[in-house]
Design a protein around this ligand. Structure first.
Ligand code: CWD
Length: 752
């Protein structure tokens, strides 16, 4: 018999079962059942009970959250058991009672109808058999004569039926036996050990009997019934009905599967726990509204769609402590919606309830209906105050310094190069045959030339030597790039509003102490930081936990208020963050999301609603209903703020070395080239002069070099004499020794 229960439990996928049995009532063998289902991963809680302890035992079972019960008590006490079940309100759709009695139809189940409670039992009597109809008719005839042997019932109970079949079996066996043997009547003493000599033969005849009785086909094997069948009965809405059968040959066979999974009981009213949270659940202003009509929001619309699809009624209740639910390690208990579900004061929780590991271990979640992550809400940074020297902003400080250094270096190089280069020494009066040659690039002229060209003005000076022209050309190129970059960036700086964002990511937050930051209290965001193993988040948690006054807020509106007051960053869920940012242009999101998770509908552990509602969510998602609801509550509410895209463009940054550093490299290369060319010019000229002067190249070069470096000394050269232009006097001074050598050209110099 236990095999039948085991088969049924496997079919119903029972993994947590409580068994209540009564001593001396032996239809059911708990030990055997335990043995037969061992290895099936079924948790069993077995309690012995008497009518006096029914309530106590049932309460324990309720506390331990067993919803599948096998009742193996004496049917005579069943009314007491029913009363205890009703008193403890263990008579709703969550509970499933499997009775071991075969006479469930004789019970008064009036109090269990229409509330969805599951009651099943097997029936041994075969009510469809010819023998049953025949016997019933005979019994009805008795009733007509005023002798109601049915005793008010409409069925024949199992014990009389078994008795009936036993008598018929014995009669059949005796008839068979009598036909083949003469049965000896023998007086037997109760004190003597001797047995009836025909007993074993009669036993054999009984074993060979086959007949159709009230309890179905009667057949034996070694004295035990074989090949029998039992009907499986289940309380449906109003009546006990046959929903399948079990036979020794085929095991369990369910003919009405829907009877076990039918949640489409529209008059079941589920208690739906929620929490006020804009735009998920909001209480309407109208005080005349009652019941579910008081609420509106995304979750309320979603719940309506799901209830319509799955087919249930619901009553919305607000969670008393206004918390979603976190585990308090000190109190070792949960709070908020999670607690309400755990203590079965609610059947569902429809809110912006985040699915996380800690909660999933004590309650169940459906598939997520929305995906999100934790983001940082911050106040939009204020515009940078205008400053007197803002014109410096387009270039980074180091670029200004490099430009200054380049200016000094190029000016000096030009000066030196001009002195060395013979082509920069010219007769100031080319029409006259003068002994004086001049160099236009004195120190001040070199600086003036570089300044003028830097500011795109010119200076009246023109380099003549290739080397100095290279210096000038490369400097023009340099100034072209620097000035155009500066001008372009200055335009950007003047047109774009500059924003100062002191933090750009969670690690920026963690690394500073000026800006406070916090999360919603008793929510999954808080739990995320508390339980995180990532060093940055652990650091942030230590800060948040220890900060006084508290950085945690009771509602996310309070968090937004603190952000608006300034100097506070609110770590919040991206869905809500989007909602806030879309409505207030003074708010912005900083950085990306810290994690990824979803909102789900929560149910008590083991609730069968979870799977049905998950299916409904998937269907609503595929049909786009959830997206439509999102748009309705997030985007089309008319209170969305219009951002011009200024803030996006506000990225005009000072140009640094990484942007225009290349132009300095080009300048240095140009200068190097110019130096090389200057050296070549110098050498070439020295070689030429050495031939004219009939001197060795080395002494010519040394002389030239000395002259260039000291700005004095003499050199004979036809019509080509050098002088330092500084040395050029208003009236030329010619030393006496030079006059004394008329056949030689002389170099004139003058000191101021
Ligand atoms: N919740 C949270 O923990 N942080 C938030 O920023 C918001 Cl808006 C809500 C609650 C969370 N959804 C939960 O289920 O605990």
């Amino acid at each position: 018999m236990n095999i039948a229960y085991k088969d049924l439990m496997l079919f119903l996928n029972w993994t947590k079962v409580a068994i209540i049995y009564e001593e001396d009532y032996g239809l059911f063998k708990q030990q055997e059942l335990m043995k037969s289902i061992s290895g099936q991963r079924t948790e069993m809680y077995i309690r012995q009970a008497t009518p006096d302890t029914y309530r106590h035992v049932l309460r324990e079972i309720r506390q331990k959250e067993f919803y599948k019960l096998i009742i193996d008590t004496n049917p005579r006490n069943v009314n007491k058991l029913f009363r205890a079940i009703l008193q403890l309100q263990m008579n709703d759709y969550r509970y499933h009672y499997m009775f071991t009695t075969f006479d469930i139809e004789t019970f008064d189940l009036e109090d269990f109808k229409y509330n969805g409670v599951n009651i099943t039992a097997f029936r041994l009597v075969n009510v469809d058999s010819y023998r049953y109809t025949e016997v019933m008719e005979q019994m009805m005839e008795f009733k007509l004569t005023g002798n109601d042997i049915l005793d008010g019932t409409t069925s024949i109970q199992t014990m009389p039926s078994l008795m009936f079949d036993s008598v018929y079996t014995l009669a059949a066996a005796l008839t068979e036996f009598g036909d083949s043997h003469s049965i000896l009547n023998q007086n037997l003493s109760c004190d003597a050990e001797g047995s009836w000599s025909d007993g074993p033969n009669l036993y054999k005849f009984i074993n060979s009997v086959t007949m159709n009785g009230l309890t179905g086909k009667v057949e034996f094997e070694e004295g035990k019934r074989k090949n029998f069948k039992m009907d499986l009965l289940k309380l449906k809405r109003e009546n006990i009905e046959k929903v399948g059968f079990w036979s020794t040959k085929d095991g369990i066979n369910i003919t009405d599967t829907a009877a076990f999974y039918d949640t489409n009981i529209t008059n079941i009213t589920l208690v739906v726990m929620t929490r006020q949270e804009k735009p998920y659940v909001m209480v309407k202003d109208d005080k005349n509204l009652t019941g579910n009509a008081r609420f509106e929001g995304f979750c309320i619309d979603l719940l309506r769609s799901i209830a319509h699809q799955v087919g249930f009624q619901y009553r919305i209740e607000l969670v008393p402590d206004s918390m979603y639910g976190v585990y308090d390690h000190e109190k070792q208990s949960w709070n908020g919606i999670v607690k309400e579900l755990m203590e079965r004061r609610a059947d569902l929780a429809v809110a912006s309830m985040t699915i996380n590991y800690a909660r999933e271990s004590v309650i169940d979640f459906t598939k997520p209906f929305m995906n999100l992550g934790i983001g940082i809400l911050f106040k939009v940074p204020t515009s940078q105050p205008t400053r007197l020297f803002s014109f410096m902003n387009p270039l980074a400080v180091e670029i200004w310094l490099y430009v200054l250094a380049a200016y000094m270096m190029v000016s000096f190089t030009l000066f030196v190069m001009a002195r060395f280069s013979p082509y920069e020494w010219n007769n100031p009066n080319p029409c006259e045959d003068s002994d004086i040659i001049e160099n236009q690039f004195s120190v001040s002229n070199s600086f003036w030339f570089i300044t003028g060209t830097f500011l795109r003005q010119g200076s009246g000076l023109n380099p003549k030597a290739t080397s100095t022209r290279i210096v000038g050309g490369i400097w023009w190129f340099f100034t072209l790039i620097i000035i155009s970059s500066y001008t372009a960036n200055l335009a950007a700086f003047l047109t774009v509003e500059r924003m100062i964002t002191p933090i750009e990511s969670a690690s920026d937050l963690a690394d500073q102490m000026d800006i406070q930051y916090g999360t919603l209290e008793s929510g999954s965001t808080q739990t995320f930081f508390r339980d995180s193993k990532i060093a940055i988040y652990q650091k942030m948690w230590r800060y948040m936990e220890s900060k006084k006054p508290s950085v945690f807020v009771k509602t996310y509106e309070e968090g937004i208020k603190r952000v608006m007051e300034g100097n506070y960053a609110f770590l919040m869920e991206s869905t809500m963050l989007d909602y806030a940012v879309q409505r207030d242009c003074n708010l912005t999101q900083i950085g990306g999301l810290l994690d990824s998770k979803g909102y789900g509908i929560a149910t008590p552990k083991g609730s069968h609603w979870r799977d049905t509602i998950s299916l409904a969510i998937l269907e609503l998602q595929e049909k786009g209903v959830i997206q439509i609801l999102y748009d309705k509550w997030w985007k089309n509410t008319g209170d969305v703020c219009n951002r011009d895209d200024k803030s996006k463009e506000s990225k005009a940054n000072a140009l640094g070395v990484e942007n225009i550093g290349g132009v300095f490299v080009v300048l240095l290369c140009g200068l190097a080239l110019a130096v090389v060319v200057a050296i070549l010019e110098f050498c070439w000229n020295s070689k030429k002069n050495s031939q004219v002067d009939r001197q060795s190249l080395c002494s010519e070069m040394a002389e030239e070099l000395r002259f260039a470096m000291h700005c004095h000394g003499s050199k004979q050269r036809p019509a080509l004499k050098r002088t330092c232009h500084k040395c050029v006097p208003s009236s030329t001074y010619v030393p006496a020794d030079v006059i004394a050598l008329p056949e030689k050209h002389s170099v004139n110099y003058n000191y101021h």
